[in-house]
Design a binder for this molecule. Structure first.
Ligand code: NCD
Length: 527
């Protein structure tokens, strides 16, 4: 085991937790294992063989393939395998996940938790909370592998899917044209494709789903950000009529258990739109393969059973690949493999810099010139200017009150909505005669609450310091923000005590660090 192994100890909460290079490494090692296994070769060097390594399977939602392939993969490695029985545990006495996992963590020298939950973002939250706990008591940090969290992600399914696509293409990763068909709205195996398909250098994705089951905007945007070409149809029938059809079809079942009553009532009609029919067989390109993460509905499968014995059947081989890829994933995060990895790791988190700029003061920055419209000039104090510039007056008033509430500035002073000096845009101004300084923390807070504003500190009628505040790369540590996904581990009603944390994505959108939901800037605020 090498301490310089960059893969050791890595949590796999989302697909992007492995960089594309790291994913390719996983596929290469899996291919080596599969080849050696098929030829009856020696597999010893693939095995972890560490009786002090605890692999805990915690499936708090049903599973067959993922759970059993991980169970078999752990057995392959000669490690201590534990299967957590959620149905008869104190977990049902309303214990929090952190408390439950903390206890299990205590039982082994090294731990890997393979977790499936209905709640989203659990592995990331546990990685942080248990990581801190491990540091505190001087123990090796545990690893968390997300085996499917609600509608969010299913990274290990993603890795086996990409491995299967590569295998189909004879390991040519230059291009993929794939059709994603079925319940794209609820299917986490589809959502993980937004990052997983980056294993290919050029990607075209055909989305085939009726309106009610279309891919959520968060993932579609992510695919666009990743440079994928996206095309869309409402049914297989329409897709086939369009001409340019993929030879790699990835089906998913209708996730009725996650649907609201309104959508579920239309089940038959929706199912029909994404179920393959015999009469279409001749329209498929040569060498077409169908894939499916499984399970299939035994009565009304979207890939009907008459196709099982045909060359279209790619899904059985795909599910077997789950075993091989998971053997390697365990070996990687346990630090048994990866010492020979050479490539780029995941992109580091955006640094919190340069969203507060101190602006040089020029001689003409006299208070009387600058803050006279409707507000009494301040001799000594603080003026927050350019608040919500360009927004409607109503939005600006909202923002002014939000600033006052969140920064606790309900003190003496005045405020207003005005035209900006050079255009017909509106902006807000708050003037606070009693406040003579602002701390770096408050500046950060103000940048998060009202990006784009400027702060002027005035002494004896002249501006002594001026800061321009841009949109910060992360917003956290506020009691006034929340993720608007009720399945998120940060949702207050889940009582997991995980504070919300957003990072900035394209434009002014903010993505939840845990469940991956993208929000418009204004939507993260509760006040
Ligand atoms: C999938 C899952 O659980 O997300 N199945 C799997 O892991 N093989 C897909 C599904 O439930 O439909």
């Amino acid at each position: 085991m090498s301490s310089t192994n960059p893969l050791q100890g890595r949590t796999l909460a989302a697909t992007a937790d492995l960089s594309v290079d790291e994913q390719r490494y996983l596929y290469r090692k899996t291919r080596e294992l599969k080849t050696a296994w098929a030829s009856g070769g020696d597999l010893t060097h693939f095995r972890i063989r560490d009786p002090e390594l605890n692999v805990y399977l915690m499936f708090l939602e049903d599973s067959t393939r993922t759970k059993e392939s991980f169970r078999n993969a752990a057995n392959f490695h000669d490690v201590k395998l534990n299967v957590f029985d959620a149905s008869s545990s104190s977990f049902n006495k309303s214990e929090s996940l952190v408390d439950t996992v903390k206890m299990l963590f205590g039982y082994g020298r090294r731990s890997i938790f393979v977790m499936r939950t209905k709640m989203e973002g659990v592995c990331r939250a546990l990685e942080e909370q248990l990581g801190e706990y491990a540091d505190r008591i001087g123990r090796e940090r545990p690893v968390f592998i997300n085996a499917g969290d609600g509608r969010h992600e299913h990274p290990t399914q993603e890795f086996l899917d990409e491995f299967t696509f590569l295998e189909k293409q004879g390991w040519d990763d230059s291009r993929i044209h794939v059709a994603l068909i079925g319940d794209l709205h609820h299917g986490r195996t589809i959502h993980s494709k937004a990052d997983g398909l980056k294993a290919f250098r050029s990607v075209t994705v055909d989305l085939v789903a009726p309106k009610e089951l279309t891919l959520p905007a968060s993932y579609k945007n992510r695919m666009e950000d990743n440079g994928f070409e996206i095309r869309e149809w409402a049914s297989i029938e329409e897709y086939l009529a369009s001409g340019e059809i993929s030879d790699c079809w990835y089906f998913t079942r209708l996730q009725l258990e996650r649907m609201g009553d309104e959508v579920r009532e239309r089940e038959n009609e929706l199912r029909q739109a994404v179920t393959f029919q015999q009469r279409w067989l001749d329209e498929l390109p040569e060498n077409t393969r169908f894939y499916h993460p499984l399970p299939r509905h035994r009565e009304k499968p979207v890939i009907p059973s008459f196709l099982d014995g045909t060359s279209l059947n790619g899904w059985d081989g795909q599910s077997i690949n789950g075993y091989f890829t998971r053997v390697i994933e365990l070996a990687m995060v346990a630090g048994h493999m990866g010492g020979d990895f050479d490539g780029l790791g995941p992109v580091p988190e955006m640094k919190e810099k340069s969203f507060i700029t101190e602006v040089p003061i020029t001689r003409k920055s006299r208070v009387e010139d600058r803050f006279k419209v409707g507000i009494k000039p301040v001799d000594d104090g603080m003026v927050i200017d350019h608040i919500a510039k360009g927004c409607t007056p109503e939005e600006i008033w909202d923002r002014i009150f939000r600033i006052r509430r969140i920064l606790q500035l309900n003190v003496r002073g005045s405020q207003g909505v005005f035209h900006t000096s050079h255009s017909l845009d509106f902006k807000g101004i708050i003037s606070l005669p009693d406040i003579l300084e602002i701390s770096p923390t408050e500046l950060k807070k103000l940048a998060a609450v009202s990006p784009g504003c400027t702060v002027n500190l005035i002494e004896e009628r002249s501006v002594k310091a001026k800061y321009r505040l841009a949109m910060p790369p992360k917003i956290y540590n506020f009691t006034e923000i929340s993720c608007k996904n009720r399945e998120c581990v940060t949702w207050p009603g889940a009582f997991q005590n995980v504070p919300p944390h957003f990072y900035r994505t394209v434009g002014e959108t903010f993505t939840c660090r845990y469940c991956g939901k993208r929000h418009e800037y204004g939507d993260i605020w509760d006040l």
